[in-house]
Ligand binder design. Structure first.
Ligand code: GCO
Length: 255
């Protein structure tokens, strides 16, 4: 029987920021398609718990605790993968934070922290992954953007800028690495039910705005990103490069 083009059997995927939220949902979806998963996060105990849960579901899971924004930590993590014979075939740059404050009150340090975590980290981790993918002539990079890669909401300027940067970083990766058999693409989630958005979901006025502004009239569920992630991680997307796929219930398609 021929293998499905969506199968990830025999592939290893590193998902940054995957002990919970969107990262964990994406990691679970990739595992269900057959990938071995390397979970990543800052807190070793949270990672261990997430790894245990996935193993009890029958998945093949490793974990590596490092700060994706810390260049030295990322370089050491990949050197450890090398020494353990762990080849990263699929990278999902998911780690990210939100920081809500009007620009007029925002400090340069608060701005820089979001940019470093949401954008610079994606560059650093992808650079280390690509150094190993290029000699192999193949690789998959999936950067997690946002509807804010395309449209800005007030009071989250560094997040908007970082996610806009993710779109162009993705296109830059395609420009430099596609010829080496690497496909780099992005996913732009809409308003998803995550811990990061808990305050928004609980705010009746904001919740009402999201449901009115979204043609699907509801918030997205983290697991609703998994199918797009599997597609972009698999052979089914072998000629897709530098694209961003919005999983937003139609929000960006309408006024
Ligand atoms: C906000 C939210 C958004 C969400 C949305 C886009 O403050 O408006 O945090 O930025 O992250 O899901 O990705």
């Amino acid at each position: 029987m021929t293998k499905s083009p969506f199968s990830l059997e025999g592939q290893t995927a590193l998902v940054t920021g995957s002990s919970r939220g969107l990262g964990n949902a994406i990691a679970t979806g990739l595992a269900e398609a057959g990938a071995r998963i390397v979970l990543n996060g800052l807190k070793a105990e949270r990672l261990a718990a997430a790894g245990e849960a996935m193993r009890s579901a029958g998945h093949d899971v490793l974990h590596s605790a490092f700060d994706a924004a810390d260049e030295g930590a990322v370089v050491s993590a990949f050197e450890a993968f090398d020494s353990q014979g762990v080849a990263i075939d699929i990278l999902v740059n998911n780690a990210g934070i939100q920081f809500r404050k009007p620009m007029i009150e925002l400090s340069a340090g608060e701005w820089q922290n979001v940019i470093d975590t949401n954008l610079t980290a994606a560059f650093i981790v992808a650079r280390e992954a690509a150094k190993r993918m290029i000699p192999r002539g193949r690789g998959k990079i999936i950067n997690i953007g946002s509807v804010m890669s395309q449209a800005a909401r007030a009071t989250i300027a560094p997040y908007n800028a970082s996610k806009g940067g993710i779109k162009m970083l993705t296109q830059s990766m395609a420009a430099e690495w596609a010829e080496h058999g690497i496909q780099a693409n992005a996913i732009g989630p809409g308003y998803m039910e995550t811990d990061m958005n808990k305050a928004l979901i609980e705010d009746q006025a904001f919740n009402s705005w999201v449901t009115k502004r979204t043609p699907s009239r509801r918030w997205g569920k983290p697991e609703e990103l998994a199918g797009t992630a599997v597609f972009l991680a698999s052979a089914a997307s072998s000629y897709v490069n530098g694209q961003i796929i919005y999983v937003d219930g139609g929000m960006l398609a309408v006024l």
